[in-house]
Write a protein that binds this ligand. Structure first.
Ligand code: SF4
Ligand code: SF4
Length: 94
């Protein structure tokens, strides 16, 4: 596990602190650019994805910066929100 600095506790690979709504994401890359831990990725022409969930500190920057409200960051200990997503942290709208 990597050090999480002072931005908050790191999480284990089984939890889903960041949920991205595929329907609302327009692929603008803002969240990818602002994430201080390089957790997010966006394939060419695609939607944002959670690529390195274990590095997420739940800082909430991605949620704040997304202009389409497509990201939800679960507070530490909120197991309900963490499990509400599918496909490794993305929501496909189903
Ligand atoms: S900031 Fe929002 S709309 Fe833009 S790529 Fe990230 S999730 Fe998608
Ligand atoms: S909450 Fe968002 S911006 Fe912060 S580390 Fe996790 S993915 Fe990156």
């Amino acid at each position: 596990m990597q050090k999480s600095g002072n931005a908050g506790p790191a999480v284990n690979g089984n939890s889903r602190p960041v949920i991205i709504n595929d329907r609302w994401c327009k692929g603008c890359d803002i969240c990818v650019s602002f994430c201080p831990k390089n957790v997010l990725e966006r394939p060419e022409g695609g939607k944002a994805q959670v690529a390195r969930v274990e590095d997420c500190t739940r800082c909430g920057i991605c949620e704040i910066m997304c202009p389409d409200l497509a990201i939800q960051v679960a507070p530490a200990g909120d197991r309900k929100k963490e499990r509400s997503g599918t496909r490794g942290g993305s929501v496909d709208g189903k």
